[in-house]
Ligand binder design. Structure first.
Ligand SMILES: NC(=O)c1ccc[n+]([C@@H]2O[C@H](COP(=O)([O-])OP(=O)(O)OC[C@H]3O[C@@H](n4cnc5c(N)ncnc54)[C@H](OP(=O)(O)O)[C@@H]3O)[C@@H](O)[C@H]2O)c1
Length: 289
């Protein structure tokens, strides 16, 4: 029996690389919000089933779920990869922009996952069933969220993004703790990458072009650097394939030296973190704010 994956954000970057990595020998439901990409997804493999979902439109989450349920009664792994970056200064940012960030990066993932969980609670009836699941791979279902090193919360000017990722982690970690074992062992994993080379950064420049005041050009420069100098997306794919194959994955994985540094930094007292972050920005960007 082929494994069944559902991957959102499948048209670009990490999500798209994952669709390509899994589609050879699994059925992959691949989420797109821009219809122009539907055909590209189909071209990857006959195992790919594209579905429309826009995380800013609640009705599309309902429709996507109904569509997936009409095609399968089982999901092995749901990978929540869709996301965007909303930047801005907290003194002037429109709170609706922050709401939008949470809608796309946090609330919609919760909504979509809740609707699909009934397809993921495989009750393992017998040892025989368990060993037959083992022979084709992991016996339990998983939700793998693509969170971010931003969830460690140490980056100014992208606070909506940081907060949305932290909230995502908190909500899903609580879900993990609340699931009763009799429901068949749904595993929930947060993957926190550092900077990865994907179109996310160029898109973030476009999305935030009107939000930053003069003197903040360094944020654009930074995004442009990230678009070139990050970790190769295949490193994330490799980690996620490894996690997917584990019977008992950890609740959280940090990937990339920058992400590991942010994780360590976040453990320090807040005033120390603030001092280090301000100094880092002042030094590297010659700003005196
Ligand atoms: N790249 C990094 O450095 C990095 C680091 C840490 C975490 N992440 C996280 O990794 C995930 C994937 O990002 P990526 O780097 O692969 O970026 P990406 O190439 O921009 O891919 C993002 C995907 O999400 C989709 N998407 C955006 N807004 C959406 C919405 N409202 N509804 C439905 N789909 C939507 C995009 O669709 P379109 O193709 O139509 O835009 C695209 O398929 C994100 O959650 C991001 O926060 C990325």
């Amino acid at each position: 029996m082929k494994k069944v994956y559902v991957i959102t954000g499948a048209t670009s970057g990490i999500g798209n690389a994952l669709v390509k990595a899994f589609a050879d020998d699994a059925l992959v439901f691949a989420g797109y919000r821009n219809e122009n990409y539907e055909r590209d997804l189909r071209k990857i493999s006959s195992n790919v089933i594209p579905f429309y979902i826009d995380f800013e439109k609640k009705s599309s989450i309902r429709q996507a779920t109904a569509y997936i349920k009409s095609k399968t009664d089982r999901i092995d792994t749901l990978i929540n990869a869709a996301g965007c970056v909303i930047a801005g200064e907290m003194t002037v940012i429109d709170p609706d922009d922050v709401r939008r960030q949470f809608e796309v990066n946090t609330f919609s993932h919760l909504d979509f996952s809740q609707r699909l969980i009934p397809l993921m609670k495989h009750v393992i009836a017998s040892e025989h069933q368990r060993s037959s699941w083992r022979s084709r791979g992991n016996p339990d279902s998983k939700i793998i969220n693509i969170s971010s090193m931003s969830s460690f919360g140490v980056f100014p000017y992208v606070a909506p993004y940081c907060a949305s990722k932290r909230a995502l982690d908190i909500l899903f970690n609580s879900m993990l703790l609340e699931i009763p074992p009799c429901n068949g062992g749904l595993k929930i994993v947060s993957v926190k990458p550092g900077v990865i080379v994907t179109p996310l950064w160029e898109k973030s420049i476009e999305l935030n072009k009107n939000k930053l005041r003069n003197g903040m050009e360094f944020l654009v420069e930074n995004a442009r650097k990230n678009a070139k100098n990050g970790l190769d997306v295949q490193k994330v794919v490799k980690l996620i394939k490894k996690i997917d194959a584990l019977e008992n994955p950890k609740a959280s994985y940090t990937i990339g030296l920058d992400a590991k540094f942010a994780e360590i930094l976040s453990k320090l007292p807040q005033d120390w973190v603030n001092f280090i972050v301000k100094k880092g920005i002042n030094n590297s960007l010659k700003l005196n704010y």
